[in-house]
Design a protein around this ligand. Structure first.
Ligand code: SF4
Ligand code: SF4
Length: 150
């Protein structure tokens, strides 16, 4: 009698497509919302290091001087926290998992400065130097004035 209970399920399964796929012959379809791996739009990255500071695994390193962004994918747990803290929204999580490997390795991306960015950086540096010079001169003048009043 038990077979009678299973019969409808068995018949249904006979006419359904298999739930398994022929991977790797067929490309894998990642389910919606799956967390694959973190990618950076490096030209949008401003090297603020917020992602590196907030990563619970220490998987990201940012070199402000060299303008590089490095991730050790084997340390990343795809929590997505770095994506939420990035001010210019340069980070995102896309489908596709890290290929297994025998050794941990890092992936580095480098922001190449455009001519406009170089010009802006030069102007910012010149402004900074001018502000330092003005502050030093102000300090010297205040010291000289204090000496005269003595
Ligand atoms: S997804 Fe999480 S673990 Fe991976 S790099 Fe970002 S903050 Fe770190
Ligand atoms: S938080 Fe965004 S902008 Fe800042 S260093 Fe990371 S990727 Fe670059």
């Amino acid at each position: 009698m038990a077979i009678m209970k299973f019969a409808p399920t068995m018949l249904k399964q006979l006419f359904q497509k298999p739930v398994t796929t022929k991977y790797p012959m067929e490309p894998i379809q990642y389910p919606e919302g799956s967390r694959g791996h973190v990618v950076v739009e490096i030209q949008a990255c401003v090297s603020c290091s917020l992602c590196a500071m907030s990563c619970p695994c220490g998987a990201i390193q940012v070199d402000r001087k060299e303008k590089t962004w490095t991730i050790n994918r084997f340390d990343c747990v795809q929590c997505g926290y770095c994506v939420t803290v990035c001010p210019p929204k340069a980070l995102s999580i896309v489908p596709g998992y890290q290929t297994p490997g025998e050794e941990k390795y890092s992936v580095t991306e480098q922001h190449i400065m455009t001519e406009e960015e170089k010009q802006k950086a030069l102007e910012a540096e010149a402004k900074k130097q001018a502000a330092i010079k003005a502050a030093m001169e102000k300090k010297k003048a205040a010291e000289a004035a204090a000496k005269e009043t003595k």
